[in-house]
Design a protein around this ligand. Structure first.
Ligand code: NIG
Ligand code: FE
Length: 408
């Protein structure tokens, strides 16, 4: 006997995943999905799925009763592990202070670094678990979390250890990224710090064995392209796949570097050029746009349409961090639609399947296709359009992770 974990049936609209075009959705009307051993075993019209997998035989049967059923959201860019409170910087930014001004005064990332260094591991863990609870309630079932508020070997390793422990404990799948090159520590020279990242931090991260990706803040006044290249190449040699924070505040060439290194993703891209967009498409780098950050900074948004028109698998993320305190992929998708003019279908694909690509997940994650992990959302709404349409409202009713109900 197979173990029928769950059957969700009677969905008004069941979103299977992106259609062939990559910009539209494949959906089933009056759809159902059956879960065996934590994976999607069948998806299709309710009548067909329930004939083969009777809800009465399932550990859990859910009558979606005219609601929409979607793949769990994948959030491919967060700095979700931190300590301290930077809400006063939000107010300062509203009065005209820039992100760079705040950083130059020892605020911003550097302030969070001081806060993280001061607290113990249990505090860090409980902070992260709390954020994961909120993300899960808002429909996120896979999330990438970066280190980068340690900026020394000991604290970077502590952060990665906590990220790994949170993954073990929490139903959200947590993907760990090492980001020792997130800022230049106070009083340090950038080249000298890059030496430390390359010679000391990356070998230690490799032996610890938690991180999957290596990211760098390639930005004017932070890490230059040659410095970023050094970090990412050393990371790659240690088995960490590159990711790049590129062209967020200025255009300095991080996207071309991502393309050259075959990075999993290039993220932010507010100042990306047409050549950058071509390079991303040709090299198969997933562009990850973070509209919540542009919203909070009052900056111009990235050109989502240009990426989509060029055929890129556009992804969106929350960028959840003390500078962009939004846990909600639904809000990121709403901004994607309203501010970047994507369709609700494009926004949903960006926050599910394409987001999984940005994390090199080729297991069907971000879709409800057969064989994919059974991360499933039942909305309190009839179609996926309600995710961005009801901006500011959480329309996620129930969440299943690996076929088990984990939030309702
Ligand atoms: O992606 N840009 C660098 N890192 C974050 C901000 C982190 C922070 O301000 O604490 C970002 O926006
Ligand atoms: Fe970031």
């Amino acid at each position: 006997m197979t173990d029928l974990d769950a059957v969700v049936h009677g969905a008004n609209e069941l979103v299977v995943g992106p259609a062939e075009s990559g910009r539209e959705l494949e959906t089933v009307e009056d759809g159902a999905v059956a879960v065996v051993d934590g994976e999607i075993a069948a998806v299709g019209p309710t009548a067909d799925v329930t004939r083969e997998y009777p809800p009465a035989n399932a550990d859990r049967a859910i009558d979606a009763d005219g609601r929409a059923v979607l793949p769990g959201f994948v959030d491919p860019h967060t700095h979700g592990l931190f300590a301290g409170d930077r809400s006063d910087e939000f107010a300062a930014k509203l009065r005209g202070k820039s992100y760079q001004d705040i950083l130059a005064e020892g605020g911003g990332i550097l302030r969070t670094v001081r806060a993280v260094r001061e607290v113990d591991d249990e505090t860090l863990l409980s902070n992260l678990l709390g954020h994961l609870d909120t993300m899960l309630a808002h429909g996120t079932t896979t999330v990438e979390v970066k280190s980068g508020y340690g900026l020394d070997t000991e604290t970077e390793l502590r952060m990665l250890d906590v990220i790994g422990r949170a993954d073990d404990r929490h139903p959200v799948d947590v993907v760990p990224t090492f980001m020792g090159a997130h800022a230049v520590p106070e009083g340090r020279d950038a080249d000298d710090y890059v030496d430390e990242v390359v010679e000391e931090q990356i070998p230690a991260v490799e032996s610890q064995g938690v991180a999957e990706f290596c990211d760098v803040f390639c930005e004017e006044g932070v890490f230059s392209v040659p410095q970023s290249r050094r970090v990412l190449e050393a990371g790659e040699a240690a088995g960490l796949t590159p990711k790049v924070h590129a062209e967020e505040l200025a255009h300095i060439g991080g996207t071309q570097l991502a393309a050259e290194l075959g990075a999993a993703s290039a993220d932010h891209l507010l100042h990306a050029t047409d050549e950058d967009i071509d390079a991303v498409v040709e090299s198969g780098v997933t562009p990850v746009l973070l509209p919540g950050t542009a919203f909070g900074l009052g900056a111009d948004y990235a050109d989502a349409e240009a990426f989509l028109d060029a055929g890129a698998p556009l992804a969106v993320a929350t960028d959840f961090n003390p500078n962009c305190h939004s846990h909600s992929m639904g809000f990121a998708m709403a901004l994607s639609c309203v501010e970047m003019r994507t369709t609700p279908a494009e926004a949903l694909i960006a926050g599910t399947r394409n987001a999984a690509l940005a994390l090199d997940r080729e297991d069907g994650r971000g879709t409800l296709r057969e064989g994919a992990p059974a991360d499933i959302l039942v909305l309190d709404a009839p179609t996926h359009v309600h995710v961005p349409y009801q901006y500011g409202t959480n329309v996620v009713g129930r969440v299943l992770a690996d076929g088990r109900v984990v939030a309702e």
